[in-house]
Design a binder for this molecule. Sequence first.
Ligand code: DSN
Length: 439
Amino acid sequence: MKALIKTDPQIYKLIKEEEKRLQDTLEMIPSNNFQSKAVLEALGSIYNYKYSEGYPFKRYYQGQKYADSVEILAIKRAEKLFGVPYVNVQPYSGSPANSAIYFALLEPKDKIMGLSLAFGGHLTHGSPVSFSGKYFTIVSYKLDKQGIIDYDQVEKLALKEKPKIIVCGATAYPRIIDFKRFGQIADKCGAYLLADISHIAGLVVAGVHPSPVSYVHIVMTTTHKTLRGPRGAMVMVTEKGFKKDPELGEKINKAVFPGLQGGPHDNQTAAIAVALKEASSLAFKKYGQQIVKNSKALAGELIKSGFNLISGGSDNHLILIDLTDKKANGAVAALALEVAGIIVNKNAVPNDPMPPFYPSGIRLGTPAITTRGMKEKEMKKIAEWINEAINQVKGEKLPSDKEKRREFWRAFKIKIVKNKKLLEIAKEVKAFCLKFPLF
Ligand code: DSN
């Protein structure tokens, strides 16, 4: 980073400080991951300068001799890895990718059916605060009392509401998704079926989560979560998708560009190609398997310590904890854990009585710590620290009155960073992390 130090020492310092923060802490937000140096080099390459509106061999600008090859490599690698006949690698990220799919297939007010955000879905699956809930008609399905997708309820709702698209996929769901059952439901009601596998793409590649490809028409994934690529996304059409609608690929291409985006980010495409090459390796398969082993081990330890895990455990890379039984709150716990060097996010739990900014739960996962080489043995220690840290904030009850809550939160933020036990854990975490370098 010689040039950066010289040109902008302030930004250089902030990058180095972030690197150190990551080295010294446990990054357990399940959507975050660390990319390889090779991916980062491609992302920071000369391709950042380039405009390439259009698609390979059909561009609106000259000078595409090599950019075309980059995009074709990315497409071919994705097709092979996921076993699909069509991929668009241009979406800037997951939300634009889902938008493009909707704009390709729907008219304003058409019906989308997805998992409610409050029950683990995503903003773009029909939340009223996102474009998906504003421009389209939304029907949301929920989870059953155990925190599992209620497939019978999904079927009933789908047959009653006849949505044009059903979205299966989630951001805070710790169990296997039954894509086959979703496929049967979509076929019964004539809907397109979109699998949003952003969180689990790396697990699908590793064979530790069933692939949706045989059962759905479209697959969307971001590239930076378990897949360990740069920030970005891909839209794939399956054989089943082409059977339903031979124009599907063309419709999606047009919706991505010129419908929604301008030129693709060629540096991002190059980095996606690198990540896809890495994901085709045996080492990546083992990595994906280890993510799940770690998540199951961590879930088991947390259950032993009396935590209430939504759905009773984890089959994938993430764990969702309802802290109500521990007399703790998600926002309070997430902050306490951060002081202890463990980074998670506060998260709503099913039927959460608390508002989204102060939800009752936390969401945590194993993709990033598995990238660092941690295994089941380390999960035992991490569970101990999580338990000790949350014990420090037991009984910290958020007032229901808004003004009092703001006061409580201001005072809590000042108090918690001085908590001796949490600072002790942070020291232990830092020493432990030394054995697992970021790169
Ligand atoms: N923000 C992502 C997540 O944390 O799951 C989803 O877009």
